[in-house]
Design a protein around this ligand. Structure first.
Ligand code: TXA
Ligand code: MG
Length: 318
């Protein structure tokens, strides 16, 4: 645990204060079921700009707008038939829908980085919902870490990464999913897959049929946030490690992996592995080693999103 001065338990008083911070254009970090978000009023251009500043994030990268209910979502974006089905099946939850922005949405332009679409999500977390209702504003929130660093799944991770740049951090304990939301483009009849995350491709295809992948259609819309190097620890990374070499610290997976310093899931459960991923990567990112070796992770279900994050963490640093 951290003793940072800006971490607060989610009492009624603290939630009321957090809501006031949002309405005043200040930054509040809050838990969702996926990761902690760095929140600001999505209708306030300057507040949104301060998110980019705190994260030191490239400003072409649009943010996710969080809402407490469908009614609010409908005021901000146009729901297509596919979006209706997806929201019905997965909201509240770890799915973000990219949809046409309504002209009278009142949303900041910076929030969608100049695009005429908005990424929107109804999170499944009582503290997130309470903050959204308390402030009465849609809240723009990327993960609450400096750009390129590992996403925070605990309040003290936020304090370590952003320190006093955030006015208040609401502590909701560890995040249940532990990976960001899946992002899909639901503007057209066929849904486009933009970013792997907490809801798997199999689950999505069960509801809306075959998805379009960026590789299938070279001009399909891309998610500008998909920078190659991301989620990077300080140590070098070696993936699909089947042995331990000199200078390695091993992040394991599954029952066969007995020599790991930490194991993402000793029973081989991908949900448990996803929930542990970022916290364990932080814990192993220590001096005295050359490389973080990671056991092979099966590339199905949530394993796909875990591998996506690991490949980014291992990519050449720019
Ligand atoms: O779980 C999550 O999604 C967390 C929590 C806090 O909700 N948020 C999060 O936000 O990961 P962020 O800003 O780090 O990721 C937003 C992703 C980026 O990959 C961005 O490029 C994409 O969504 N995105 C946002 N708006 C878009 C748009 N209009 N079109 C296409 N992609 C968009
Ligand atoms: Mg992020």
């Amino acid at each position: 645990m951290s003793d940072a001065e800006n971490i607060f338990p989610p009492t009624t008083d603290n939630l009321a204060r957090a809501g006031e911070h949002i309405c005043a254009g200040r930054l509040v970090a809050f838990p969702t079921e996926t990761v902690y978000g760095l929140g600001a009023d999505a209708t306030d251009e300057e507040a949104v700009a301060s998110i980019f500043a705190a994260k030191e994030r490239p400003s072409f990268n649009p943010l996710i707008v969080h809402v407490p209910d469908m009614e609010t979502a409908r005021k901000l974006v146009e729901f297509t038939p596919a979006a209706e089905k997806l929201a019905d099946a997965f909201w509240p939850g770890a799915l973000t829908l990219v949809l046409p922005r309504k002209n009278d949405s009142g949303l900041s332009l910076l929030v969608s980085a100049g695009l005429d679409t908005v990424a929107i999500r109804l999170p499944n977390h009582p503290i997130a919902t309470a903050l959204l209702k308390q402030s009465g504003r849609p809240i723009a929130a990327p993960s609450a870490n400096k750009s390129g660093q590992i996403s925070p799944t605990q309040a003290n991770h936020v304090a370590q990464s952003l320190g006093a740049k955030v006015d208040m951090i609401l502590d909701g304990g560890p995040c249940e999913v532990g990976l960001e939301s899946t992002v899909v483009d639901a503007c057209g009849a066929q849904v486009g897959f933009l970013r792997p995350g907490g809801i798997s491709i199999e689950e999505l295809e069960g509801v809306v049929g075959k998805l379009i992948f960026p590789d299938d259609a070279p001009d399909a819309p891309k998610s500008p946030g998909m920078l190659t190097s991301h989620y990077a620890p300080n140590l070098a990374m070696r993936l699909n490690a089947k042995d331990i070499r000199q200078g390695d610290i091993l992040l394991g997976f599954g029952p066969e992996c007995t020599k790991a310093t930490l194991n993402l899931s000793p029973s081989g459960n991908l949900n448990e592995a996803a929930a542990n991923l970022f916290a364990m990567m932080r814990e192993l990112d220590v001096k005295g080693y050359k490389c973080m070796a990671v056991s092979p992770i099966p590339n199905k279900g949530l394993g796909l999103a875990i591998n996506d994050r690991l490949i980014r963490a291992a990519a050449p640093r720019s």
